[in-house]
Design a protein around this ligand. Structure first.
Ligand SMILES: [Mg+2]
Length: 289
């Protein structure tokens, strides 16, 4: 893996939807920000509910080819050639139920208990497009899941608790994302981020500080393992509540607001003034000034 010209001092695990990306899904600006930060020793790693199929093309536009945490931590896409044979066996990683098995369990629960939901397995790309604002092609990529099932809940709140209980009885979990609930094995972005961080520390021979960015409940485990966090407003304008000492509240989602908030967090934590200077420069370029 190309780790760039400087050994990373800071690793930022960042959510995408509602955080680095706003409703315009401007991947190009997002890549620009991450590439600029990388030249100053900051290594950004996406941690998202998106699929490998949605991100594999974008990974090519990042100069430093980071691993990508997908499907809420259920998987990691490492760039080609990044792993040695030794790395391929990770004792911390437990292989769980795949997408088809999760869909079968949901189908059985719907028949048995009459739960009222529409999962990604039920939805056409057109429906997903309408629900998310993704174009049709992107929506079809979002359906190519391996280990988690997003669903839109249409029943009563009490029944949602019943669904959660039935899933937990089967060793599964129900996680709240920005738009959907996600059914998956009981693993989360935070656990997977720590696993990725450990592996990177071994590869690089140092221990970068962990920062994290997110907006929704599925980001909480990730935010909680970081030394500092940036919170982004949810669609209703509210922020998650976390107890960390170093928290910055971003004004909105999107690459520019993301960089401004990350910059503020770096200042707050006094993490290398050169890094902050890079951020200001990138903001100026983005604004065309
Ligand atoms: Mg989000």
């Amino acid at each position: 893996m190309n780790s760039g010209c400087l050994s990373p001092e800071v690793v930022i695990f960042t959510d995408l939807d509602g955080t680095l990306l706003d409703q315009r899904y401007d991947y190009e600006s997002a890549a620009y920000m991450l590439n600029a930060l990388r030249t100053r020793g900051i290594y950004s790693i996406p941690a998202t509910s998106k699929t490998a199929a949605e991100l594999i093309h974008w990974q090519d536009s990042l100069t430093f080819k980071p691993p990508m945490i997908i499907e809420n931590g259920a998987g990691v896409v490492w760039p080609e050639g990044a792993l040695s044979e030794e790395d391929d066996v990770d004792p911390d990683f437990k292989t769980g139920k795949n997408y088809a098995q999760l869909c079968n369990i949901l189908a059985q629960l719907r028949i048995e208990f009459g739960f009222d939901f529409r999962s990604f397995d039920d939805m056409t790309p057109c429906e997903i497009s309408q629900a998310t604002g993704l174009d049709r092609h992107a929506a079809s990529l979002a359906k190519q899941r391996t280990a988690s099932v997003p669903l839109s809940w249409a029943g009563a709140p009490a029944q949602l608790n019943d669904l959660r209980a039935q899933l937990e009885h089967r060793g599964l979990t129900l996680v709240r994302g920005g738009r959907f609930w996600h059914v998956m094995e009981p693993i989360n972005k935070g656990q997977t981020a720590l696993r990725v961080h450990r592996r990177l520390c071994r590869m690089w021979g140092n221990t970068p500080v962990i920062l994290a960015c997110g907006d929704s409940e599925n980001d909480l485990p990730l935010l909680q393992v970081a030394r500092g966090a940036v919170l982004f407003p949810k669609p209703d304008g509210q922020f998650l509540s976390i107890t960390q000492q170093s928290v910055v509240y971003a004004r909105s989602a999107g690459a520019l607001a993301w960089l401004e908030a990350v910059n503020q967090l770096l200042h707050t934590l006094e993490l290398n003034p050169q890094i902050a200077a890079c951020g200001a420069q990138a903001v100026s370029v983005e604004k065309g000034v």
